[in-house]
Design a protein around this ligand. Sequence first.
Ligand SMILES: CC(=O)SCCNC(=O)CCNC(=O)[C@H](O)C(C)(C)COP(=O)(O)OP(=O)(O)OC[C@H]1O[C@@H](n2cnc3c(N)ncnc32)[C@H](O)[C@@H]1OP(=O)(O)O
Ligand SMILES: O=CC(=O)O
Ligand SMILES: [Mg+2]
Length: 543
Amino acid sequence: MSAVLETRDFGSEAGGVELRAAHPEAGALLTPPALAFLAGLHRRFEARRRARLAARRERQAFFDAGGLPDFRADTAAIRAGAWRVAPLPAALQDRRVEITGPTDPKMVINALNSGASCYMADFEDSTAPTWGNLLAGQRALREAIAGTLEYTAPASNGAPGKHYALKPYAEQAVLLVRPRGWHLDEKHVLVDGEVMSASLFDLGLFAFHNARALATKDRGPYFYLPKLQSMEEAQLWNDVLDHVEAELQLPGGQLKVTVLIETLPAVFEMDEILHALRSRIAGLNCGRWDYVFSYIKTFRRHRDKVLPERGQVTMTQPFLRAYSELLIQTCHKRGAHAMGGMAAQIPISNDEAANEVALAKVRADKLREVTAGHDGTWVAHPALIPLAKQIFDERMPGANQHDVRREEVIVTRDDLIKPSIGSITRAGYEGNVEVCVRYLAAWLDGNGCVPIHWLMEDAATAEIARTQLWQWLHTDGLHLDDGSEVDLALFERALINLPTKLGDRSKLPGGSRINEAIGMLDRLTHADTLEEFLTLPAYARLD
Ligand SMILES: CC(=O)SCCNC(=O)CCNC(=O)[C@H](O)C(C)(C)COP(=O)(O)OP(=O)(O)OC[C@H]1O[C@@H](n2cnc3c(N)ncnc32)[C@H](O)[C@@H]1OP(=O)(O)O
Ligand SMILES: O=CC(=O)O
Ligand SMILES: [Mg+2]
Protein backbone atom coordinates (compact mmCIF):
# COMPACT_ATOMS: atom_id res chain seq x y z
CA MET A 1 0.00 0.00 0.00
CA SER A 2 1.34 3.41 -0.93
CA ALA A 3 1.87 6.09 1.66
CA VAL A 4 -1.23 7.86 2.86
CA LEU A 5 -1.01 11.22 1.15
CA GLU A 6 -4.30 12.56 2.31
CA THR A 7 -6.96 11.40 4.70
CA ARG A 8 -10.25 13.21 4.65
CA ASP A 9 -13.40 12.55 6.53
CA PHE A 10 -16.54 13.98 5.04
CA GLY A 11 -18.51 14.56 8.18
CA SER A 12 -22.17 13.70 8.41
CA GLU A 13 -22.73 13.69 4.64
CA ALA A 14 -20.21 10.95 3.92
CA GLY A 15 -19.06 9.82 7.33
CA GLY A 16 -16.79 6.86 7.48
CA VAL A 17 -15.16 7.46 4.10
CA GLU A 18 -11.42 7.88 3.98
CA LEU A 19 -9.46 8.80 0.85
CA ARG A 20 -5.93 7.48 0.94
CA ALA A 21 -4.36 9.58 -1.82
CA ALA A 22 -4.62 13.08 -3.14
CA HIS A 23 -5.26 13.99 -6.76
CA PRO A 24 -6.13 17.25 -8.52
CA GLU A 25 -9.36 15.71 -9.91
CA ALA A 26 -10.52 14.43 -6.54
CA GLY A 27 -12.23 17.63 -5.40
CA ALA A 28 -14.56 17.80 -8.39
CA LEU A 29 -15.37 14.09 -8.52
CA LEU A 30 -15.23 12.86 -4.95
CA THR A 31 -17.65 15.37 -3.51
CA PRO A 32 -19.36 14.61 -0.20
CA PRO A 33 -22.60 13.50 -1.91
CA ALA A 34 -20.63 11.27 -4.34
CA LEU A 35 -18.74 9.70 -1.44
CA ALA A 36 -21.94 9.19 0.52
CA PHE A 37 -23.37 7.41 -2.53
CA LEU A 38 -20.28 5.19 -2.85
CA ALA A 39 -20.38 4.43 0.87
CA GLY A 40 -24.01 3.36 0.49
CA LEU A 41 -23.04 0.93 -2.25
CA HIS A 42 -20.24 -0.48 -0.12
CA ARG A 43 -22.36 -0.95 2.99
CA ARG A 44 -25.17 -2.62 1.11
CA PHE A 45 -23.17 -4.93 -1.17
CA GLU A 46 -19.68 -5.61 0.17
CA ALA A 47 -20.63 -8.66 2.23
CA ARG A 48 -22.30 -10.21 -0.83
CA ARG A 49 -19.26 -9.48 -2.99
CA ARG A 50 -17.04 -11.23 -0.45
CA ALA A 51 -19.42 -14.20 -0.41
CA ARG A 52 -19.29 -14.47 -4.21
CA LEU A 53 -15.48 -14.39 -4.17
CA ALA A 54 -15.51 -17.17 -1.56
CA ALA A 55 -17.89 -19.17 -3.78
CA ARG A 56 -15.40 -18.82 -6.65
CA ARG A 57 -12.65 -20.29 -4.46
CA GLU A 58 -14.88 -23.16 -3.40
CA ARG A 59 -15.77 -24.01 -6.98
CA GLN A 60 -12.11 -23.90 -8.01
CA ALA A 61 -11.26 -26.35 -5.22
CA PHE A 62 -13.80 -28.73 -6.80
CA PHE A 63 -12.12 -28.34 -10.21
CA ASP A 64 -8.68 -28.81 -8.66
CA ALA A 65 -9.89 -32.08 -7.16
CA GLY A 66 -10.76 -33.32 -10.66
CA GLY A 67 -14.33 -31.97 -10.97
CA LEU A 68 -15.56 -30.63 -14.31
CA PRO A 69 -17.86 -27.69 -15.00
CA ASP A 70 -21.33 -28.53 -16.26
CA PHE A 71 -24.80 -27.05 -16.82
CA ARG A 72 -26.65 -26.69 -13.50
CA ALA A 73 -29.44 -29.04 -12.51
CA ASP A 74 -31.08 -26.50 -10.19
CA THR A 75 -31.64 -23.97 -13.00
CA ALA A 76 -32.95 -26.29 -15.71
CA ALA A 77 -36.33 -24.52 -15.61
CA ILE A 78 -34.68 -21.18 -16.49
CA ARG A 79 -32.97 -22.76 -19.50
CA ALA A 80 -36.19 -24.44 -20.63
CA GLY A 81 -38.44 -21.37 -20.11
CA ALA A 82 -39.75 -19.18 -22.96
CA TRP A 83 -38.83 -15.77 -21.48
CA ARG A 84 -37.06 -12.95 -23.36
CA VAL A 85 -35.04 -9.97 -22.18
CA ALA A 86 -36.54 -6.46 -22.13
CA PRO A 87 -36.55 -4.61 -25.48
CA LEU A 88 -33.25 -2.91 -26.33
CA PRO A 89 -33.08 0.90 -26.37
CA ALA A 90 -32.72 2.61 -29.77
CA ALA A 91 -29.09 3.58 -29.07
CA LEU A 92 -28.11 -0.08 -28.62
CA GLN A 93 -29.96 -1.62 -31.55
CA ASP A 94 -27.03 -1.42 -33.96
CA ARG A 95 -23.63 -2.23 -32.45
CA ARG A 96 -21.86 -3.61 -35.49
CA VAL A 97 -18.44 -2.18 -34.65
CA GLU A 98 -17.37 -1.30 -31.12
CA ILE A 99 -14.00 0.28 -30.40
CA THR A 100 -12.52 -0.29 -26.95
CA GLY A 101 -9.72 1.37 -25.08
CA PRO A 102 -8.43 3.15 -22.01
CA THR A 103 -9.94 6.37 -20.78
CA ASP A 104 -7.30 9.06 -21.11
CA PRO A 105 -8.72 12.20 -22.75
CA LYS A 106 -7.06 11.70 -26.15
CA MET A 107 -8.24 8.09 -26.40
CA VAL A 108 -11.77 9.05 -25.35
CA ILE A 109 -11.98 11.77 -28.00
CA ASN A 110 -10.44 9.57 -30.70
CA ALA A 111 -12.75 6.68 -29.85
CA LEU A 112 -15.93 8.76 -29.72
CA ASN A 113 -14.98 10.41 -33.03
CA SER A 114 -13.84 7.17 -34.64
CA GLY A 115 -16.92 6.25 -36.68
CA ALA A 116 -17.52 3.09 -34.62
CA SER A 117 -21.11 2.40 -33.54
CA CYS A 118 -20.08 2.21 -29.88
CA TYR A 119 -17.08 2.90 -27.68
CA MET A 120 -16.37 0.83 -24.59
CA ALA A 121 -14.39 3.04 -22.21
CA ASP A 122 -12.36 0.51 -20.31
CA PHE A 123 -11.35 0.56 -16.65
CA GLU A 124 -10.62 -3.20 -16.80
CA ASP A 125 -8.26 -5.12 -19.08
CA SER A 126 -6.67 -2.10 -20.78
CA THR A 127 -6.30 0.26 -17.81
CA ALA A 128 -3.64 0.10 -15.12
CA PRO A 129 -5.75 1.37 -12.23
CA THR A 130 -3.51 4.06 -10.80
CA TRP A 131 -5.48 6.60 -8.82
CA GLY A 132 -4.54 9.18 -11.44
CA ASN A 133 -5.72 7.05 -14.39
CA LEU A 134 -9.04 6.34 -12.73
CA LEU A 135 -9.84 9.91 -11.78
CA ALA A 136 -8.60 11.37 -15.06
CA GLY A 137 -10.69 8.77 -16.88
CA GLN A 138 -13.82 9.55 -14.88
CA ARG A 139 -13.30 13.23 -15.52
CA ALA A 140 -12.74 12.72 -19.25
CA LEU A 141 -15.95 10.70 -19.54
CA ARG A 142 -17.92 13.25 -17.56
CA GLU A 143 -16.66 16.07 -19.79
CA ALA A 144 -17.30 14.00 -22.92
CA ILE A 145 -20.92 13.54 -21.89
CA ALA A 146 -21.19 17.23 -21.10
CA GLY A 147 -19.73 17.94 -24.57
CA THR A 148 -16.80 19.96 -23.20
CA LEU A 149 -13.92 17.50 -23.43
CA GLU A 150 -10.85 18.83 -25.26
CA TYR A 151 -7.22 17.84 -25.27
CA THR A 152 -4.02 19.41 -26.56
CA ALA A 153 -0.99 17.19 -27.00
CA PRO A 154 2.31 18.52 -25.66
CA ALA A 155 4.28 20.71 -28.07
CA SER A 156 7.09 18.91 -29.81
CA ASN A 157 10.17 20.16 -31.73
CA GLY A 158 8.92 23.71 -31.44
CA ALA A 159 5.58 22.87 -33.11
CA PRO A 160 2.39 23.31 -31.08
CA GLY A 161 0.69 20.11 -29.95
CA LYS A 162 -2.28 18.75 -31.87
CA HIS A 163 -5.64 19.86 -30.55
CA TYR A 164 -8.43 17.31 -30.10
CA ALA A 165 -12.14 18.14 -29.87
CA LEU A 166 -15.33 16.10 -30.01
CA LYS A 167 -17.43 15.77 -33.15
CA PRO A 168 -21.10 16.76 -32.82
CA TYR A 169 -22.96 14.40 -30.49
CA ALA A 170 -25.02 12.75 -33.25
CA GLU A 171 -21.81 11.63 -34.97
CA GLN A 172 -20.21 10.16 -31.86
CA ALA A 173 -20.05 6.50 -30.95
CA VAL A 174 -22.48 5.42 -28.22
CA LEU A 175 -20.62 5.24 -24.92
CA LEU A 176 -20.44 2.12 -22.77
CA VAL A 177 -18.26 1.88 -19.67
CA ARG A 178 -16.52 -1.22 -18.32
CA PRO A 179 -15.87 -1.09 -14.57
CA ARG A 180 -13.25 -3.37 -13.04
CA GLY A 181 -14.22 -6.92 -12.03
CA TRP A 182 -15.50 -8.17 -8.67
CA HIS A 183 -12.06 -9.51 -7.66
CA LEU A 184 -10.43 -6.07 -7.50
CA ASP A 185 -10.33 -3.57 -4.65
CA GLU A 186 -10.03 0.19 -4.87
CA LYS A 187 -7.37 0.67 -2.23
CA HIS A 188 -7.59 4.45 -2.20
CA VAL A 189 -11.11 4.47 -0.78
CA LEU A 190 -11.93 3.05 2.64
CA VAL A 191 -15.47 2.87 3.97
CA ASP A 192 -15.77 2.24 7.70
CA GLY A 193 -12.12 1.17 7.57
CA GLU A 194 -12.69 -1.39 4.77
CA VAL A 195 -11.25 -1.18 1.28
CA MET A 196 -13.95 -0.57 -1.30
CA SER A 197 -14.79 -2.78 -4.29
CA ALA A 198 -13.24 -1.46 -7.51
CA SER A 199 -16.36 -2.47 -9.45
CA LEU A 200 -18.64 -0.44 -7.21
CA PHE A 201 -16.26 2.51 -7.25
CA ASP A 202 -15.98 2.66 -11.06
CA LEU A 203 -19.61 2.02 -11.84
CA GLY A 204 -20.98 4.02 -8.93
CA LEU A 205 -18.91 7.12 -9.60
CA PHE A 206 -19.72 7.08 -13.32
CA ALA A 207 -23.46 6.61 -12.72
CA PHE A 208 -23.53 9.24 -9.97
CA HIS A 209 -22.05 11.94 -12.18
CA ASN A 210 -23.53 11.07 -15.56
CA ALA A 211 -26.88 9.31 -15.30
CA ARG A 212 -28.95 12.48 -15.40
CA ALA A 213 -26.95 14.08 -18.20
CA LEU A 214 -27.29 10.90 -20.26
CA ALA A 215 -31.04 10.78 -19.67
CA THR A 216 -31.39 14.23 -21.25
CA LYS A 217 -29.75 12.78 -24.37
CA ASP A 218 -32.08 9.76 -24.53
CA ARG A 219 -29.33 7.48 -23.32
CA GLY A 220 -28.50 5.87 -20.05
CA PRO A 221 -25.40 4.75 -18.32
CA TYR A 222 -24.57 1.67 -20.39
CA PHE A 223 -22.08 -0.79 -18.96
CA TYR A 224 -20.03 -3.80 -19.94
CA LEU A 225 -19.68 -6.17 -16.97
CA PRO A 226 -16.46 -8.20 -16.94
CA LYS A 227 -15.28 -11.57 -15.63
CA LEU A 228 -18.52 -12.86 -14.10
CA GLN A 229 -18.47 -16.51 -13.12
CA SER A 230 -22.06 -17.29 -12.17
CA MET A 231 -25.73 -16.39 -12.18
CA GLU A 232 -25.41 -15.28 -8.54
CA GLU A 233 -22.81 -12.71 -9.55
CA ALA A 234 -25.24 -11.45 -12.20
CA GLN A 235 -27.96 -11.22 -9.54
CA LEU A 236 -25.61 -9.21 -7.39
CA TRP A 237 -25.00 -6.82 -10.28
CA ASN A 238 -28.73 -6.57 -10.91
CA ASP A 239 -29.37 -5.63 -7.30
CA VAL A 240 -26.57 -3.05 -7.43
CA LEU A 241 -28.11 -1.51 -10.55
CA ASP A 242 -31.61 -1.49 -9.02
CA HIS A 243 -30.15 0.28 -6.01
CA VAL A 244 -28.33 2.83 -8.18
CA GLU A 245 -31.53 3.60 -10.09
CA ALA A 246 -33.52 3.99 -6.89
CA GLU A 247 -30.91 6.20 -5.18
CA LEU A 248 -30.45 8.41 -8.22
CA GLN A 249 -34.20 8.49 -8.89
CA LEU A 250 -33.84 7.12 -12.41
CA PRO A 251 -36.55 5.23 -14.24
CA GLY A 252 -36.26 1.44 -13.72
CA GLY A 253 -34.24 -0.27 -16.45
CA GLN A 254 -32.45 2.93 -17.55
CA LEU A 255 -29.10 1.37 -16.74
CA LYS A 256 -28.30 -1.22 -19.40
CA VAL A 257 -25.59 -3.85 -19.32
CA THR A 258 -23.78 -6.19 -21.64
CA VAL A 259 -22.12 -9.10 -19.90
CA LEU A 260 -18.80 -10.49 -21.05
CA ILE A 261 -18.87 -14.26 -21.10
CA GLU A 262 -15.17 -14.55 -20.49
CA THR A 263 -14.85 -17.24 -17.86
CA LEU A 264 -15.35 -20.95 -18.38
CA PRO A 265 -17.82 -21.35 -15.49
CA ALA A 266 -20.01 -18.57 -16.93
CA VAL A 267 -20.50 -20.27 -20.29
CA PHE A 268 -22.54 -22.92 -18.49
CA GLU A 269 -24.82 -20.23 -17.05
CA MET A 270 -25.50 -17.92 -19.99
CA ASP A 271 -29.28 -18.35 -19.90
CA GLU A 272 -29.21 -17.87 -16.16
CA ILE A 273 -27.13 -14.68 -16.43
CA LEU A 274 -29.47 -13.24 -19.06
CA HIS A 275 -32.42 -14.18 -16.85
CA ALA A 276 -30.96 -12.59 -13.72
CA LEU A 277 -30.48 -9.32 -15.61
CA ARG A 278 -33.46 -9.64 -17.96
CA SER A 279 -34.92 -6.19 -17.31
CA ARG A 280 -31.67 -4.49 -18.32
CA ILE A 281 -29.40 -6.75 -20.32
CA ALA A 282 -28.59 -5.81 -23.91
CA GLY A 283 -26.33 -8.71 -24.83
CA LEU A 284 -23.48 -11.06 -24.11
CA ASN A 285 -19.98 -10.69 -25.51
CA CYS A 286 -17.36 -13.31 -26.37
CA GLY A 287 -14.45 -12.01 -24.34
CA ARG A 288 -12.19 -14.59 -25.84
CA TRP A 289 -8.87 -13.64 -24.19
CA ASP A 290 -10.09 -13.82 -20.62
CA TYR A 291 -12.05 -16.91 -21.59
CA VAL A 292 -8.87 -18.72 -22.64
CA PHE A 293 -7.18 -17.46 -19.46
CA SER A 294 -10.10 -18.82 -17.44
CA TYR A 295 -9.97 -22.18 -19.23
CA ILE A 296 -6.32 -22.48 -18.22
CA LYS A 297 -7.05 -21.45 -14.62
CA THR A 298 -10.06 -23.71 -14.26
CA PHE A 299 -8.07 -26.69 -15.55
CA ARG A 300 -4.77 -25.73 -13.93
CA ARG A 301 -4.54 -29.25 -12.41
CA HIS A 302 -5.93 -31.18 -15.42
CA ARG A 303 -3.12 -32.57 -17.52
CA ASP A 304 -5.42 -33.58 -20.39
CA LYS A 305 -6.63 -29.98 -20.81
CA VAL A 306 -3.22 -28.30 -21.16
CA LEU A 307 -3.46 -25.89 -24.10
CA PRO A 308 -0.90 -25.43 -26.85
CA GLU A 309 1.06 -22.17 -27.03
CA ARG A 310 -0.97 -18.97 -27.08
CA GLY A 311 -0.69 -18.33 -30.82
CA GLN A 312 -2.32 -21.66 -31.59
CA VAL A 313 -5.35 -21.07 -29.38
CA THR A 314 -7.48 -19.34 -32.01
CA MET A 315 -11.25 -19.14 -32.28
CA THR A 316 -11.25 -22.11 -34.65
CA GLN A 317 -10.17 -24.45 -31.83
CA PRO A 318 -13.22 -26.66 -31.19
CA PHE A 319 -13.80 -25.52 -27.58
CA LEU A 320 -13.78 -21.86 -28.63
CA ARG A 321 -16.00 -22.42 -31.66
CA ALA A 322 -18.51 -24.24 -29.41
CA TYR A 323 -18.48 -21.32 -26.95
CA SER A 324 -19.18 -18.67 -29.56
CA GLU A 325 -21.89 -20.68 -31.29
CA LEU A 326 -23.67 -21.47 -28.03
CA LEU A 327 -23.46 -17.79 -27.06
CA ILE A 328 -25.09 -16.75 -30.35
CA GLN A 329 -27.84 -19.33 -30.05
CA THR A 330 -28.53 -18.42 -26.41
CA CYS A 331 -28.66 -14.66 -27.02
CA HIS A 332 -30.85 -14.83 -30.11
CA LYS A 333 -33.35 -17.09 -28.41
CA ARG A 334 -33.75 -14.44 -25.70
CA GLY A 335 -33.70 -11.27 -27.85
CA ALA A 336 -30.22 -10.12 -26.83
CA HIS A 337 -27.17 -9.18 -28.89
CA ALA A 338 -24.45 -11.76 -29.37
CA MET A 339 -21.36 -9.59 -29.56
CA GLY A 340 -18.09 -10.88 -31.00
CA GLY A 341 -14.68 -10.13 -29.60
CA MET A 342 -11.24 -8.77 -30.22
CA ALA A 343 -8.68 -9.86 -32.79
CA ALA A 344 -5.30 -9.03 -31.26
CA GLN A 345 -3.66 -7.80 -34.47
CA ILE A 346 -3.20 -4.05 -34.89
CA PRO A 347 -2.02 -2.12 -37.96
CA ILE A 348 1.73 -2.36 -38.67
CA SER A 349 2.83 1.07 -39.72
CA ASN A 350 6.33 0.37 -41.03
CA ASP A 351 5.97 -2.81 -43.08
CA GLU A 352 3.32 -3.01 -45.79
CA ALA A 353 3.55 -6.76 -46.38
CA ALA A 354 3.38 -7.59 -42.66
CA ASN A 355 0.50 -5.14 -42.31
CA GLU A 356 -1.44 -6.94 -45.04
CA VAL A 357 -0.94 -10.27 -43.25
CA ALA A 358 -2.18 -8.75 -39.96
CA LEU A 359 -5.21 -7.17 -41.61
CA ALA A 360 -6.03 -10.43 -43.37
CA LYS A 361 -6.18 -12.13 -39.97
CA VAL A 362 -8.53 -9.48 -38.61
CA ARG A 363 -10.66 -9.71 -41.76
CA ALA A 364 -10.93 -13.51 -41.42
CA ASP A 365 -11.87 -13.18 -37.79
CA LYS A 366 -14.63 -10.64 -38.45
CA LEU A 367 -15.92 -12.70 -41.37
CA ARG A 368 -16.14 -15.76 -39.13
CA GLU A 369 -18.06 -13.73 -36.55
CA VAL A 370 -20.64 -12.22 -38.89
CA THR A 371 -21.16 -15.53 -40.69
CA ALA A 372 -21.67 -17.36 -37.40
CA GLY A 373 -24.40 -14.88 -36.42
CA HIS A 374 -22.71 -12.31 -34.19
CA ASP A 375 -24.45 -8.91 -34.11
CA GLY A 376 -21.29 -6.88 -33.84
CA THR A 377 -17.61 -7.04 -33.09
CA TRP A 378 -14.75 -5.30 -31.29
CA VAL A 379 -11.73 -3.49 -32.66
CA ALA A 380 -8.69 -2.35 -30.70
CA HIS A 381 -7.60 0.41 -33.05
CA PRO A 382 -9.45 3.05 -35.11
CA ALA A 383 -7.75 2.00 -38.35
CA LEU A 384 -9.56 -1.35 -38.13
CA ILE A 385 -13.04 0.17 -38.06
CA PRO A 386 -13.57 0.49 -41.85
CA LEU A 387 -12.47 -3.11 -42.35
CA ALA A 388 -14.80 -4.51 -39.69
CA LYS A 389 -17.65 -2.23 -40.74
CA GLN A 390 -17.40 -3.25 -44.37
CA ILE A 391 -17.63 -6.93 -43.47
CA PHE A 392 -20.64 -6.44 -41.21
CA ASP A 393 -22.35 -4.02 -43.64
CA GLU A 394 -22.05 -6.52 -46.47
CA ARG A 395 -23.38 -9.47 -44.53
CA MET A 396 -25.64 -7.90 -41.92
CA PRO A 397 -28.05 -5.55 -43.74
CA GLY A 398 -30.28 -5.01 -40.68
CA ALA A 399 -29.29 -3.39 -37.40
CA ASN A 400 -28.53 -6.85 -36.01
CA GLN A 401 -29.20 -10.46 -36.92
CA HIS A 402 -31.24 -11.82 -34.04
CA ASP A 403 -33.23 -13.78 -36.63
CA VAL A 404 -30.17 -15.99 -37.19
CA ARG A 405 -31.24 -18.40 -34.48
CA ARG A 406 -28.60 -21.10 -34.99
CA GLU A 407 -31.13 -23.70 -33.84
CA GLU A 408 -29.10 -26.44 -35.50
CA VAL A 409 -26.22 -25.85 -33.07
CA ILE A 410 -25.90 -28.55 -30.46
CA VAL A 411 -23.22 -27.87 -27.88
CA THR A 412 -22.61 -30.29 -25.05
CA ARG A 413 -20.57 -29.96 -21.87
CA ASP A 414 -17.83 -32.00 -23.51
CA ASP A 415 -17.70 -29.67 -26.53
CA LEU A 416 -17.05 -26.72 -24.21
CA ILE A 417 -14.12 -28.39 -22.46
CA LYS A 418 -12.67 -30.35 -25.35
CA PRO A 419 -8.88 -30.63 -25.24
CA SER A 420 -7.06 -28.81 -28.04
CA ILE A 421 -4.59 -30.07 -30.59
CA GLY A 422 -1.30 -28.21 -30.94
CA SER A 423 2.21 -27.82 -29.63
CA ILE A 424 4.53 -25.66 -27.58
CA THR A 425 7.43 -24.31 -29.59
CA ARG A 426 10.54 -22.70 -28.12
CA ALA A 427 9.56 -19.40 -29.72
CA GLY A 428 6.07 -19.70 -28.24
CA TYR A 429 7.50 -20.46 -24.79
CA GLU A 430 9.97 -17.57 -24.87
CA GLY A 431 7.29 -15.32 -26.34
CA ASN A 432 5.13 -15.94 -23.26
CA VAL A 433 8.02 -14.92 -21.00
CA GLU A 434 8.67 -11.76 -22.99
CA VAL A 435 5.02 -10.72 -23.14
CA CYS A 436 4.52 -11.24 -19.41
CA VAL A 437 7.54 -9.22 -18.46
CA ARG A 438 7.00 -6.37 -20.92
CA TYR A 439 3.28 -6.12 -20.19
CA LEU A 440 3.76 -6.21 -16.44
CA ALA A 441 6.49 -3.55 -16.62
CA ALA A 442 4.20 -1.26 -18.64
CA TRP A 443 1.28 -1.92 -16.26
CA LEU A 444 3.38 -1.13 -13.19
CA ASP A 445 4.32 2.09 -14.97
CA GLY A 446 0.63 2.98 -15.36
CA ASN A 447 -0.01 1.77 -18.92
CA GLY A 448 -2.52 -1.08 -19.20
CA CYS A 449 -2.44 -1.67 -22.95
CA VAL A 450 0.63 -1.84 -25.16
CA PRO A 451 1.60 -3.11 -28.57
CA ILE A 452 4.16 -5.93 -28.41
CA HIS A 453 5.35 -7.36 -31.72
CA TRP A 454 2.32 -5.71 -33.31
CA LEU A 455 -0.20 -7.45 -31.11
CA MET A 456 -2.45 -5.63 -28.68
CA GLU A 457 -1.51 -6.83 -25.20
CA ASP A 458 -3.69 -6.16 -22.19
CA ALA A 459 -4.40 -7.77 -18.83
CA ALA A 460 -6.34 -10.62 -20.47
CA THR A 461 -3.85 -11.52 -23.20
CA ALA A 462 -0.90 -11.29 -20.79
CA GLU A 463 -2.70 -13.52 -18.29
CA ILE A 464 -2.82 -16.33 -20.86
CA ALA A 465 0.96 -16.14 -21.18
CA ARG A 466 1.46 -15.99 -17.39
CA THR A 467 -0.84 -18.87 -16.49
CA GLN A 468 0.51 -21.04 -19.28
CA LEU A 469 4.03 -20.66 -17.92
CA TRP A 470 2.83 -21.68 -14.45
CA GLN A 471 0.78 -24.62 -15.69
CA TRP A 472 3.50 -25.90 -18.00
CA LEU A 473 6.02 -25.80 -15.16
CA HIS A 474 3.68 -27.54 -12.72
CA THR A 475 2.56 -30.30 -15.10
CA ASP A 476 4.83 -33.32 -15.41
CA GLY A 477 6.06 -34.69 -18.68
CA LEU A 478 5.47 -31.77 -21.06
CA HIS A 479 7.86 -31.27 -23.97
CA LEU A 480 8.49 -28.61 -26.58
CA ASP A 481 7.91 -29.67 -30.16
CA ASP A 482 11.72 -30.12 -30.51
CA GLY A 483 11.67 -32.72 -27.72
CA SER A 484 13.19 -30.55 -24.94
CA GLU A 485 11.65 -30.93 -21.52
CA VAL A 486 9.47 -28.08 -20.26
CA ASP A 487 11.16 -27.69 -16.89
CA LEU A 488 12.56 -25.15 -14.51
CA ALA A 489 15.80 -24.86 -16.47
CA LEU A 490 13.89 -23.85 -19.60
CA PHE A 491 12.05 -21.15 -17.68
CA GLU A 492 15.15 -19.83 -15.97
CA ARG A 493 17.08 -19.70 -19.24
CA ALA A 494 14.28 -17.75 -20.94
CA LEU A 495 14.21 -15.26 -18.06
CA ILE A 496 17.99 -14.86 -17.95
CA ASN A 497 18.22 -14.33 -21.71
CA LEU A 498 15.40 -11.84 -21.81
CA PRO A 499 17.29 -8.61 -20.99
CA THR A 500 19.66 -9.23 -23.92
CA LYS A 501 16.74 -10.01 -26.19
CA LEU A 502 15.00 -6.77 -25.17
CA GLY A 503 18.01 -4.57 -25.91
CA ASP A 504 17.67 -0.88 -25.05
CA ARG A 505 14.91 -0.90 -22.47
CA SER A 506 14.64 2.86 -22.32
CA LYS A 507 12.66 2.58 -25.56
CA LEU A 508 10.10 0.17 -24.07
CA PRO A 509 6.93 1.24 -22.24
CA GLY A 510 7.72 0.80 -18.56
CA GLY A 511 11.35 0.02 -19.39
CA SER A 512 12.52 1.13 -15.96
CA ARG A 513 10.35 -1.55 -14.31
CA ILE A 514 11.59 -4.52 -16.34
CA ASN A 515 13.71 -5.92 -13.49
CA GLU A 516 10.78 -5.68 -11.10
CA ALA A 517 8.57 -7.45 -13.64
CA ILE A 518 11.16 -10.20 -14.14
CA GLY A 519 11.28 -10.73 -10.38
CA MET A 520 7.50 -10.92 -10.14
CA LEU A 521 7.14 -13.37 -12.99
CA ASP A 522 9.87 -15.53 -11.49
CA ARG A 523 8.09 -15.67 -8.12
CA LEU A 524 4.63 -16.21 -9.58
CA THR A 525 5.79 -19.02 -11.84
CA HIS A 526 7.70 -20.84 -9.09
CA ALA A 527 4.88 -20.60 -6.55
CA ASP A 528 3.08 -23.83 -5.66
CA THR A 529 -0.32 -22.22 -6.08
CA LEU A 530 -1.40 -20.29 -9.12
CA GLU A 531 -2.12 -16.65 -8.32
CA GLU A 532 -5.74 -15.97 -9.39
CA PHE A 533 -4.99 -12.67 -11.12
CA LEU A 534 -1.69 -11.04 -11.99
CA THR A 535 -3.25 -7.69 -11.20
CA LEU A 536 -3.78 -8.62 -7.53
CA PRO A 537 -0.11 -8.74 -6.48
CA ALA A 538 0.77 -6.09 -9.06
CA TYR A 539 -1.82 -3.67 -7.65
CA ALA A 540 -0.01 -3.67 -4.33
CA ARG A 541 2.94 -2.13 -6.22
CA LEU A 542 0.94 0.42 -8.22
CA ASP A 543 1.02 4.16 -7.42
C1 LIG B 1 -9.01 -8.51 -24.24
C2 LIG B 1 -9.68 -7.22 -24.14
O1 LIG B 1 -10.14 -6.85 -23.13
S1 LIG B 1 -9.77 -6.23 -25.50
C3 LIG B 1 -10.23 -4.67 -24.83
C4 LIG B 1 -9.12 -4.00 -24.12
N1 LIG B 1 -8.07 -3.62 -25.03
C5 LIG B 1 -8.19 -2.48 -25.76
O2 LIG B 1 -9.15 -1.80 -25.61
C6 LIG B 1 -7.13 -2.12 -26.76
C7 LIG B 1 -7.08 -0.63 -26.96
N2 LIG B 1 -6.05 -0.26 -27.91
C8 LIG B 1 -4.98 0.45 -27.56
O3 LIG B 1 -4.80 0.82 -26.42
C9 LIG B 1 -4.01 0.83 -28.64
O4 LIG B 1 -4.60 0.65 -29.90
C10 LIG B 1 -2.69 0.05 -28.65
C11 LIG B 1 -1.99 0.23 -27.31
C12 LIG B 1 -2.95 -1.42 -28.86
C13 LIG B 1 -1.82 0.59 -29.77
O5 LIG B 1 -1.68 1.94 -29.52
P1 LIG B 1 -0.67 2.87 -30.34
O6 LIG B 1 0.63 2.18 -30.51
O7 LIG B 1 -0.69 4.20 -29.69
O8 LIG B 1 -1.34 2.96 -31.75
P2 LIG B 1 -1.05 3.99 -32.88
O9 LIG B 1 0.19 4.77 -32.61
O10 LIG B 1 -1.11 3.25 -34.17
O11 LIG B 1 -2.30 4.97 -32.77
C14 LIG B 1 -2.67 5.85 -33.80
C15 LIG B 1 -3.75 6.76 -33.29
O12 LIG B 1 -4.90 5.99 -32.97
C16 LIG B 1 -5.28 6.25 -31.62
N3 LIG B 1 -5.77 5.00 -31.05
C17 LIG B 1 -5.16 3.79 -31.01
N4 LIG B 1 -5.96 2.89 -30.41
C18 LIG B 1 -7.09 3.57 -30.05
C19 LIG B 1 -8.27 3.17 -29.39
N5 LIG B 1 -8.45 1.91 -28.98
N6 LIG B 1 -9.21 4.11 -29.17
C20 LIG B 1 -9.03 5.37 -29.60
N7 LIG B 1 -7.94 5.81 -30.24
C21 LIG B 1 -6.97 4.90 -30.46
C22 LIG B 1 -4.01 6.68 -30.94
O13 LIG B 1 -4.32 7.43 -29.79
C23 LIG B 1 -3.36 7.51 -32.03
O14 LIG B 1 -4.00 8.76 -32.07
P3 LIG B 1 -3.27 10.10 -32.65
O15 LIG B 1 -2.93 9.80 -34.07
O16 LIG B 1 -4.30 11.16 -32.50
O17 LIG B 1 -2.07 10.32 -31.81
O1 LIG C 1 -12.42 -8.49 -22.46
C1 LIG C 1 -12.23 -9.16 -23.42
C2 LIG C 1 -11.42 -10.33 -23.45
O2 LIG C 1 -11.24 -10.91 -24.52
O3 LIG C 1 -10.92 -10.67 -22.36
MG1 LIG D 1 -11.56 -9.45 -20.67
